[in-house]
Design a protein around this ligand. Structure first.
Ligand code: C2E
Ligand code: CA
Ligand code: CA
Ligand code: CA
Length: 278
């Protein structure tokens, strides 16, 4: 029994070692990917249902791994979040998306004048460098701060006073703040009145549900957001029935495969034009 017990511990150690080795390899690969320009941003349109116009896009990172095609962020973001690598990635995403925005402006095409939303991880938000990173990226691109929104998951912002202060500092510069995946974390209805944010992104799981109580909940959230002066974006809209349901509860801004998948920068002008049918 003693031997068996020790055996189990060794198996466990082996598993753990393998997991850690795999993570370390992924981390090394990602560090190299950043240095060698293997990361790309795709952009997903956010459509205003009242006008049919695309006012902004969300920047979503992909890893163009040589010989392997596009690796989705779900595979490498969680690993990047274990170290300051996620801050390097965040800095890169801010610089790249804002530089892209300036290029869209200069082109004068359908991408001109768009705003961009960039995902910021909790670790970067807790880092004292975030505000400088944002400032530098804005300066380098020459874009106005109100063209940029930072998407932050709600869990992070309620638990950390320094992070909260940082959000207020960013808003003072003129940058917009969005709560991402709203409804999956811990922001209470009461906190909605106080959080330093401009936009609330309703998580896909709510858009997906046909349960009448969930629909009612979305109606309440949209109403509360409006009275607190927040804008609302519904995420993960895939079907016209969802568009109609969201319109019925007063949610006017939507994002999802129904309108467009995230696309590479060169395909964005066409995607923006194609979103007009609502
Ligand atoms: P997220 O911020 O919630 O992004 C929305 C995700 O939903 C994206 O997945 C998008 O492709 C997907 N999506 C959009 N419309 C639909 C739809 O109609 N149906 C379905 N089923 N999915 C839809 P993606 O690009 O794989 O990104 C996954 C997550 O990775 C993001 O979730 C975000 O948390 C993280 N992420 C992506 N890019 C970055 C980044 O640059 N920095 C950081 N820190 N995180 C990022
Ligand atoms: Ca997001
Ligand atoms: Ca989201
Ligand atoms: Ca998410």
């Amino acid at each position: 029994a003693k031997d068996a017990g020790r055996g189990r511990v060794e198996v466990y150690d082996d598993d753990l070692r393998q997991t850690l080795a795999a993570q370390a390899a992924l981390e090394d690969g990602l560090r190299r990917a950043l240095a060698e320009d293997e990361l790309v941003l795709h952009y997903q349109p956010v459509t205003d249902l009242r006008t049919g116009l695309v006012g902004s896009v969300e920047a979503l990172v992909r890893w163009q791994k040589p010989g392997e095609g596009l690796v989705p962020p779900g595979v490498f973001i969680p690993v990047a979040e274990n170290s300051d690598l996620i801050c390097d990635l965040g800095r890169w995403a801010l610089r790249t998306s804002l530089a892209q925005l300036a290029q869209f402006d200069a082109s004068g095409g359908p991408g001109a004048g768009l705003r961009v939303a960039v995902n910021v991880s909790g670790r970067h938000l807790r880092s004292p460098r975030l505000v400088d990173d944002v400032r530098c990226a804005l300066e380098a691109s020459g874009t106005a701060p109100d063209r940029l929104a930072l998407e932050i998951t709600e869990t992070v912002m309620v638990e950390d006073d320094a992070a909260w202060a940082r959000l207020e500092e960013l808003r003072a510069i003129g940058v917009q703040i969005a709560i991402d995946d709203f409804g999956t974390g811990y922001t209470s209805f009461g906190q909605l009145a106080r959080v330093p944010v401009d936009v609330l992104k309703i998580d896909r799981s709510f858009v997906d549900s046909e349960d009448p109580r969930t629909v009612e909940l979305v109606r309440l959230v949209v109403g509360a957001a409006r009275s607190f002066g927040l804008r609302v974006v519904a995420e993960g809209v895939e079907q016209v029935s969802q568009v109609r349901a969201l319109q019925a509860v007063g949610c006017d801004t939507v994002q999802g495969y129904y309108f467009s998948r995230p696309v590479a920068a060169d395909r964005l002008p066409a995607a923006v034009t194609g979103c007009h049918e609502v």
